[in-house]
Design a protein. Structure first.
Ligand code: AMP
Ligand code: MG
Length: 417
């Protein structure tokens, strides 16, 4: 008899390690072809296609970092006080037209142009006003409280690199140099469907043995948060021909095709078989928990991910594999995944063999140290435990049970989950 490995085998020789699987994905996923020219407000969350250089110095002119008085440092006495005559005002957007001569100063506000002849700003708190004059001490230093042109960046500097994702700060950066149009990488299109005879959409009546399909709602949520274009192709029954047809349709319209269910070794699990026939299988089993059956490959030009059916497994594999792949497709160059070390508050059960992504709640204790607790029972069908979590507790493949008090690796969820 041909003995097949089940999903619960801890040491299946046909499984790839988590790290090997990630490496294979990194090697085989390239950015989608195609750029789109957009304006700033269309660009939030998209990935920049070409470097953007600044057409100007920022700040563009010498300006004050404080409210106070613009002076010439030569007027600061070496010891004792200096008295300076206030000859005008320089406000932000309303520069002082004249220049500051010996023995003079100009009232100045934050962001205002430092007038000709001045090179230093004395904070108003450090100046004593006496009629039209001010008195200042000897402690001031030449150039203090002044922002020089280009001290943030200069004309021609690359301010955002191709492959960076545009955050609100970056939109502001583009606006600060007056760049209104630039190229972003085309938004990938992702098509997905659930497979399973037992699945009903919300609003349908459950017959004995049926359950509601949760994975399409999870995928919808995660893909929406990633900002990709998504196409929900519904639920497909465990009929090989129908799954095959839908997969071909999906691959023709999308850059990425995601299914859930049917990726394991049960009698109604066709995903791997179909992928073998109509596409290429790169791998289909990973030594991770939850989520051992994860098919990854290609159907024509589309990337394909066959996620496990159990919702927590589908989420964990999406998070660890589909998300980074979509980021690579979007041309994103940097990986911002945060990994922390936290003290585990309770004992965690684990058998050596698979890398484990347990659901946890990470927080700070009364001493501001990071601690993490489990969300409780870790069934891969238990969305209640997943929905309480704010992190994965990442346990290495070879680890066994974790005693309370042990330092563990924690991967806080990005806002995808
Ligand atoms: P499968 O991977 O098809 O063997 O499914 C594994 C488990 O996940 C079974 O208990 C399925 O009923 C369940 N499952 C599969 N797809 C979904 C789905 N879309 N939503 C909720 N549960 C699912
Ligand atoms: Mg199934």
């Amino acid at each position: 008899m041909n003995k097949q490995a089940s999903c619960n085998d801890e040491s299946d020789p046909h499984s790839l390690s988590f790290e090997q699987a990630r490496e294979r994905i990194e090697k085989s996923v390239a950015a989608v072809k195609g750029k789109r020219c957009v304006t700033i407000r269309e660009a939030l969350g998209r990935v920049l296609a070409d470097d953007v250089c600044s057409p100007m110095n920022v700040p563009p002119f010498i300006n004050s970092a404080m409210d106070g008085y613009a002076i010439n440092a030569d007027d600061i006495s070496a010891s004792g006080e200096s008295v300076l005559k206030v000859t005008g005002k320089s406000f932000a957007g309303r520069p002082f037209e004249g220049s500051v001569n010996k023995g003079e100063c100009v009232r100045i506000m934050t962001g205002a142009v430092v007038p000709q002849g001045a090179d230093t700003v004395v904070m108003q708190e450090h100046a004593e006003v006496d009629g039209d004059n001010i008195k200042i001490g000897s402690e001031h230093k030449k150039g203090q409280n002044v922002r020089l042109p280009g001290d943030d960046f200069s004309t021609g500097d690359i301010i955002i690199k191709a492959g960076e994702r545009l955050s609100p700060a970056k939109l502001g950066l583009l606006a600060s140099v007056g760049v209104t149009e630039f190229n972003i990488i085309r938004t990938p299109v992702v098509a997905f469907f659930s497979t399973g005879d037992e699945l009903k959409g919300v609003g349908q009546t459950l017959q004995p043995g049926d359950i509601y399909d949760s994975n399409r709602y999870i995928l919808f949520g995660m893909l929406q948060k990633m900002g990709v274009e998504c196409i929900d192709m519904g639920v497909i029954a465990d009929i090989k021909e129908q799954i095959e047809l839908t997969l071909k349709e999906a691959a023709a319209i999308a850059d990425v095709v995601i299914t859930s269910g049917g990726a394991s070794v049960g009698e109604a699990d066709y995903i791997k078989e179909i992928l073998d026939e109509i596409g290429e299988v790169n791998f289909w089993k990973i030594a991770m928990k939850p989520g051992k059956p994860l098919a990854f490959g290609k159907i024509n030009n589309a990337l394909f991910f066959g996620l496990p059916g159990n919702p927590v497994s589908a989420m964990a594999t999406f998070y660890q594999f589909v998300q980074p792949s979509i980021k690579l497709l979007e041309g994103e160059k940097s990986d911002h995944t945060l990994r922390l070390t936290a003290r585990c508050l309770s004992k965690l059960k684990k058998r050596p063999g698979r890398k484990d992504f347990q659901r946890g709640i990470v927080k700070t204790d009364e001493n501001n140290a990071l601690v993490v607790d489990t969300t409780g029972i870790q069934g891969s069908h238990m969305l209640s435990s997943m929905s309480k979590a704010n992190c994965f507790i990442v346990l290495p493949a070879e680890a066994g049970d974790i005693e309370a008090g042990t330092e563990v690796e924690v991967q806080p969820f990005s806002d995808l989950i």
